[in-house]
Design a protein around this ligand. Structure first.
Ligand code: GTP
Ligand code: MG
Ligand code: NA
Length: 465
């Protein structure tokens, strides 16, 4: 069927910004959840996905829409949460590549920070329209809480001193943005056409804790979707899907979280995925989603589907999924397709990563939970560590005995310091641990990427001391 302006899909919205600006908290506010407090170290280290139904968008903008009278036509919204920590540039890059619109979160108390600028550049490069949330407005002097209130109403309740701090902080941010060539303004001080038909960026003060301005952010995203990028959002039957994460779930085995942007996935489809060992072809045995307004990276009571339609985040169940890599495309072999062509297309990204490994085959083994985390680690070891830490092999998922055997060869090569596995956010089999002791292999583990790097650097310093 032809694409039609009356059949829009959900916009994929990515939320980006510097670490601890309040991205996850902002989503928690909309979801009425508490995902952020369950995160290791309070930082996000994975891409997340939450689907909001149209009725949620309507109820969560109701107070504001009493005056706006804007008719929401998009069927819902899929929001992708990204990490702000500097190590995860690749996940931010992936998020910004996957999305239609974005929220750039700035901590109003800090102004622009390094990953704000990095995120901004990614969004500009990919020409993604976005709103800026000037978050933590509740930290302005003597802020009076106006729970979940549209921002202009909340500002009316504030004393002079609070308003003047808010004015001066938002003016500072505006100036910092202008220095980077970005025109912006408080959104209600702009004409409608300013931000719909030009590249002026609307600024929305928010509090992720008390909820002021959150209605405004949602409303702007809906308006942006329907007025600015509706052509892109006309639903298309051709499958466009990407692996977000690969995860073992109790009782389900290995599952793959997939972002389906366009087209359908159906139970029984013959799907092709990318792994380190080449493409795999497998039948889709199940399609699960968390309930609406629940984060996909948090285990929940899943809903089973026979078929899903983009845009949606879905957990795919099937055989042989344990080696599938995050960030790679998913394709379906249709009745008229050559399986070999589909396989080749699915594999094309990985080649780049492997090209970056140590060419003389001397270096540590890096094992991570996802391709994204692996890319981040490799980037970190290659660029951000001085001297760079060479990597001879990479792997995704649980560490097995064979991985230990593989890297133990560094001892024979006379480079025992590289008989080391840097393991990020992965499990280690019991016999792999025992084997490591026998073979003189160190396994360094961490659930925060830069801790791994610290451990290895300390170890190298001790060696050379
Ligand atoms: P990363 O995912 O690690 O990049 O961080 P994030 O941007 O998701 O920030 P997160 O939601 O983890 O919030 C960081 C800290 O700021 C937490 O302690 C939050 O409680 C706090 N915080 C977030 N938003 C607000 C806000 O609007 N007001 C105040 N006062 N604190 C906030
Ligand atoms: Mg977060
Ligand atoms: Na955080």
């Amino acid at each position: 069927a032809a694409r039609s302006p009356d059949d829009l899909r959900c916009p994929v919205t990515v939320i980006m910004g510097h670490v601890d600006t309040g991205k996850t908290k902002l989503l928690d506010k909309i979801r009425k959840t508490n995902v952020q407090e369950g995160e290791a170290g309070g930082i996000t280290q994975q891409i997340g996905a939450t689907y909001f139904e149209k009725k949620t968008l309507e109820t969560q903008t109701a107070k504001l829409n009493a005056t706006e009278a804007f008719d929401i036509k998009i069927p819902g919204m899929l929001v992708i949460d990204t990490p702000g920590h500097e190590s995860f540039a690749n996940l931010r890059s992936r998020g910004s590549s996957l999305c239609d619109v974005a929220i750039l979160v700035i901590d109003m108390m800090h102004g622009l920070e390094p990953q704000t600028i990095e995120s901004l550049n990614m969004l500009r490069e990919k020409k993604v329209p976005f709103v800026v949330a000037l978050n933590k407005i509740d930290r302005c002097y003597a802020w009076k809480t106006c729970k979940d209130t549209p921002i202009r109403d909340a500002l009316k309740e504030q004393e002079e001193g609070t308003i003047s701090e808010f004015r001066s902080r938002s003016a500072d941010t505006k100036l910092q943005l202008a220095e980077l060539g970005v025109n912006s303004n408080l959104y209600w001080e702009m004409g409608d056409d300013d931000w719909c038909n030009s590249d002026f960026i609307p600024l929305v003060p928010t509090s992720a804790i008390t909820g002021e301005g959150v209605q405004d952010v949602l409303m702007l995203l809906c308006q942006m979707s329907q007025r600015k990028i509706w052509k892109k959002l006309m639903w298309c039957a051709n499958l466009e899907a990407t692996v977000l994460e690969v995860k073992a779930i109790d009782g389900l085995g290995m599952t793959v979280d997939v972002l389906v942007v366009n087209g359908h996935l159906r139970e029984g489809d013959k799907a092709v995925f990318c792994t380190l060992n080449g493409p795999i072809v497998t039948e889709i045995r199940g399609l699960l989603t968390p309930p609406p307004s629940r984060e996909m990276r948090v285990k929940s009571e899943y809903i089973h589907h026979k078929e899903v339609k983009g845009a949606l985040g879905v957990k795919v169940i099937g055989n042989n999924l344990d080696k599938v890599m995050a960030g790679t495309p998913v394709m379906i072999v249709g009745p008229n397709d050559e399986e070999e062509d589909i396989k080749a297309e699915v594999m094309s990204d990985l080649t780049n990563l492997e090209a970056k490994l140590s060419t003389d085959k001397v270096g540590v083994l890096v094992q991570a939970s996802t391709l994204g985390a692996l890319e981040a680690l490799l980037q970190f070891l290659r660029v951000d560590t001085q001297p760079p830490i060479p990597v001879s092999a990479i792997g995704i998922g649980t560490i097995h005995k064979r991985d230990v055997t593989k890297i133990s060869t560094m001892n024979e090569k006379g480079r025992p310091e590289y008989a080391t596995i840097l393991a990020f956010d992965v499990d280690i089999e019991k016999d792999a641990r025992e084997h490591a002791v026998d073979m003189g292999v160190r396994i360094m583990t961490a659930d925060i990427i830069y801790h791994l790097f610290d451990q290895f650097t300390r170890f190298m310093d001790e060696l050379t001391a």
